[in-house]
Ligand binder design. Structure first.
Ligand code: ADP
Ligand code: MG
Length: 352
């Protein structure tokens, strides 16, 4: 019918404004109407501030809440505000980063819509051994590894070859990872395992060290996945024979990054066939680990062009200047557009 089509197009372009609860974590107890103005000006709260600014720009009605260990605050807020969706930036509970999945389980049990990954994906990815077992079963290359729980003897199984990287089993952001995590003797191995057991309140995963380029691949979606341009961490001033590891300092200490020429940039000189292989592999990883929402997959590629899975990060850092948003931007999504896509993806996710 004449005249009908333009009207329809207009309708589909008008996106409904939403009531959004931005959910944050806090490192100390909070109250329901806590004033976070001071925190939001700090580097630590950069992501939260960036997302709030984008939500305002998009015209959504937004409230925020930071929780430490009190889910009653969340219950109260859900009752009073009745949001259409939670923008979930809470990735720890009681200072424990392995509890991100439990916060999301609570939301799932209450039938609340939220952005990002569901509890199963978060659980599988947080456990650095289970994710590798699943992917290894499906013939994706993963480093050989062993798990050493707290209270068990710190001996290296003979099949695990040096050099080895000793890591906390369930951590983020390279907590517990330094140059000393790279071990080449049984003595060093034992020492580092003990250190992680005692200092980080974590079991250990010890992995064979994969030498090669380090890539970060950002994906968004549930069934149909967008894969954004590939980022790479480069170690410009690190001598060739030294291990190249994104340690805690390598990620977060600007001075240190400068000194060693550590930079995150778009991957250059990638053979198109390899790039295609990386994209396909990352889509498989995303699906095999039941990730939904958005994620960054970390890989190493050996000089023989073998793609090794290192880690998948569902709900990766969303700050505008971090790899995920930078990759999205390169593909043409500016920051508010990216935030809108994250929300729309969350609204469409079927959780049960
Ligand atoms: N098996 C490995 N081989 C080589 N480098 C590794 C390996 N495992 C981890 N790394 C290095 O350590 C960094 C952090 O490890 P990762 O498992 O991603 O911990 P986190 O979850 O704390 O980010 C990686 O980005 C990579 O540089
Ligand atoms: Mg990582």
């Amino acid at each position: 019918m004449p005249g009908r089509r333009p009207a329809l197009r207009l309708l589909s372009n008008v996106k409904k404004k939403l009531k959004i609860l931005a959910l944050f974590d806090a490192i100390a107890p909070t109250t329901i109407d806590q004033d976070l103005t001071k925190e939001l000006k700090t580097e630590d709260w950069k992501t939260e501030a960036n997302v709030l600014a984008a939500l305002a720009e998009l015209g959504h009605t937004t409230e925020h809440l930071a929780i430490f260990d009190d889910l009653n605050l969340l219950r109260q807020k859900l009752d009073s505000f009745q949001p259409d969706i939670i923008f979930n930036l809470a990735d720890q509970f009681k200072n424990n980063r392995a509890f991100d999945q439990n916060i999301v389980s609570f939301l799932e049990m209450h039938g609340v819509t939220f952005t990002g990954c569901g509890s199963t994906g978060l659980t599988l990815c947080k456990h650095k051994a289970i994710s590798k077992k699943i992917l290894g079963y499906h013939r994706i290359h993963v480093p050989n590894f062993t798990v050493i729980p707290r209270g068990k003897r710190c001996t290296r199984p003979a099949r695990l070859r040096f050099p080895i990287l000793v890591k906390p089993l369930k951590e983020e952001a390279s907590y517990g990872i330094s140059q000393a995590s790279f071990v080449e003797t049984d003595e060093q191995f034992k020492e580092r395992v003990q250190f992680i057991h005692e200092k980080t309140n974590n079991d250990v995963i010890a992995e064979e060290y994969i030498a090669g380029r380090e890539f970060y691949v950002s994906l968004l979606g549930n069934h149909r996945l967008d894969v954004f341009p590939i980022r790479e961490m480069i170690f410009k001033e690190v001598p060739p024979d030294e291990p190249k590891i994104a340690t805690y300092r390598a990620k977060w200490d600007e001075e240190y990054r400068k000194r060693w020429g550590l930079q995150n940039q778009f991957a250059e000189n990638l053979d198109p066939a390899l790039a295609k292989d990386i994209v396909q592999t990352c889509k498989r990883i995303y699906r095999l680990l039941t990730i939904d929402g958005y994620a960054r997959v970390d890989l190493r590629v050996t000089p023989a062009n073998e793609i090794y899975f290192i880690e998948a990060n569902p709900n990766p850092i969303l700050a505008a200047d971090e790899d995920f948003a930078q990759s999205a931007l390169k593909s043409g999504l500016n920051y508010p557009q990216l935030i809108e896509r994250v929300i729309r993806t969350g609204l469409k996710t079927v959780r049960e």
